[in-house]
Design a protein around this ligand. Structure first.
Ligand SMILES: Cc1ncc(C[n+]2csc(CCOP(=O)(O)OP(=O)(O)O)c2C)c(N)n1
Ligand code: SF4
Length: 292
């Protein structure tokens, strides 16, 4: 007798919690893109762990039926890596804002990349601190006037694309909720990538963000990397294009390692399997971590 696997639809990943974002916030679209990507992956919600930090965007795990952890500001990545190492078979997703990821949590990003656990990190980049009512964030453009920069920001923004590419991430992409199908496809591809993957989403904050029509009209201004003929197997070509962050809205995959190395969680699982003869779990853990 053959049994068919259950098929999940986008609505199966939607929790009963009603989003409390401002009407028009870009994060609504990102959430829809995540639902669609998860339906395409077709993993049951109980096999997914969704971790976030603190911020408007960090509410996302609560709006899904996956296991969710709306954790501590800037600490989503270390928590997610711990979950993945403890339960390598879970699909582990991380989401949050540009402040959460590149300001208070910025020091964790390089280490998550070099450790290369198989997790997907989605940043909703609105170039502002939304939850705390509109202070400068690390990706705010130079000259931006906010409640904490009355004369305009004096600082250059962090470039999340160059940052992750420079530290060696195996998968780096960018999307916008204005292109829902494209965003869902990018998130799906990031999840399927066997290693740390990063998706920057240009998700406008309509309440405190830059009052710029262009920011709210992404579809008219975005440029598809695939249509430009970009070679996403070249890190240098990706870095060249990523320099236009803040001036051009490139969407799609900047870089995807054509020969990704085994992820950290897979290496540990393999090593543990070779140590099944060890007497105690404690011995097995030490032997896994310390190569003799
Ligand atoms: C340790 C700590 N410092 C500061 C805060 C206050 N805080 C909460 S969210 C936030 C920034 C939110 O901005 P971002 O991460 O970009 O997310 P958004 O709200 O824009 O989605 C700050 C500074 C906090 N909760 N915890
Ligand atoms: S403050 Fe900005 S980021 Fe937060 S919910 Fe409102 S529009 Fe979205």
């Amino acid at each position: 007798m053959t049994t068919s696997l259950p098929t999940f639809q986008a609505k199966d990943y939607k929790s009963d919690l009603k989003p409390i974002w401002c009407p028009g916030c870009g994060d609504f679209g990102v959430l829809q893109g995540i639902y669609r990507a998860l339906a395409a992956i077709n993993r049951p919600p109980h096999e997914i762990a969704f971790v976030s930090g603190i911020g408007c965007s960090s509410r996302i795990p609560g709006y899904t039926t996956a296991y969710g952890f709306n954790s501590v500001h800037g600490r989503a990545l270390p928590i997610a890596q711990g979950i993945k190492l403890a339960k390598p078979d879970l699909l582990v997703l991380v989401a949050g804002g540009d402040g959460d990821g590149f300001s208070i949590g910025g020091g964790h990003v390089p280490h998550a990349i070099r450790r290369n656990a198989d997790i997907t990190y989605i940043v909703m980049d609105n170039q502002i601190y939304g939850l705390t009512k509109g202070q400068l964030s690390p990706t705010s453009p130079r000259g931006l006037k906010t409640v904490t920069s009355e004369y305009g920001s004096f600082e250059n923004p962090v470039n999340p694309l160059l940052y992750t590419l420079a530290y060696g991430a195996g998968f780096v992409a960018q999307g916008t909720p204005s292109d829902m199908a494209g965003l869902a496809a990018i998130i799906e591809e990031a999840i399927r990538f066997p290693g740390f993957s990063f998706v920057n989403v240009q998700s406008p904050c309509v309440t405190f963000g830059e009052d710029d029509q262009q920011a709210r009209d992404h579809k008219a201004h975005m440029k598809s990397l695939a249509a430009l003929g970009h070679d996403s197997t070249s890190r240098l070509a990706a870095m060249d294009l990523a320099q236009a962050y803040g001036t051009e809205l490139y969407t799609g995959v900047f870089y995807k390692d054509p020969n990704p190395p085994p992820s950290l969680d897979r290496l540990i699982v393999e090593r543990q399997q070779s140590l099944v003869s060890k007497a105690t779990p404690r011995e097995r853990i030490f032997d896994t971590l310390v190569q003799k």
